[in-house]
Design a protein around this ligand. Structure first.
Ligand SMILES: [Zn+2]
Length: 142
């Protein structure tokens, strides 16, 4: 079986790609916002507010890290579009589905695998049903 996006039409791929590009654009523009926002804040600097500014700065950093992480996911998804494997589950090769991709264009797992991985995150005791069973057991004994 060929690993192709036969279930996604060119038009669908096109709108998903647009979505990814728009998200990317958003993130890149957002970073500028954060920087100019910080400048504004310095003008209003108040020693009493220093603590809350620090908290805000670390929140911004965390927020920015999360955005960088998301940006990487977007780039990965765009690369998959180029390679013609976009929209297929990373774990089981199942079609992720157009609706799910429109809601979450960076999704790289199908609903089933996503739920499974979230379950694993919440509870290490929950075993993956297939190939990684041995791996999960090893993880547990660490
Ligand atoms: Zn899957």
């Amino acid at each position: 079986m060929a690993r192709e996006n036969s279930y996604l039409s060119d038009k669908h791929i096109g709108s998903l790609k647009d979505l990814l590009m728009a998200e990317k654009e958003n993130i890149l523009n957002d970073r500028k916002d954060v920087e100019s926002y910080s400048l504004d804040k310095n003008e209003l600097a108040d020693p009493l507010d220093e603590a809350s500014v620090n908290i805000q700065t670390s929140q911004e950093l965390r927020f920015r890290n999360r955005k960088m992480f998301y940006l990487k996911k977007i780039n990965k998804a765009l690369r998959k579009v180029e390679e013609g494997v976009y929209g297929l589950c990373q774990d089981c090769d199942v079609e992720i589905g157009f609706e799910r991709l429109m809601a979450r264009p960076t999704a790289d797992l199908c609903i089933g695998c996503k739920e499974e991985s979230e379950m694993n995150e919440r509870n290490n005791f929950h075993m993956k049903r297939s190939k990684s069973l041995g791996q999960s057991l090893q993880d547990l004994s660490k």
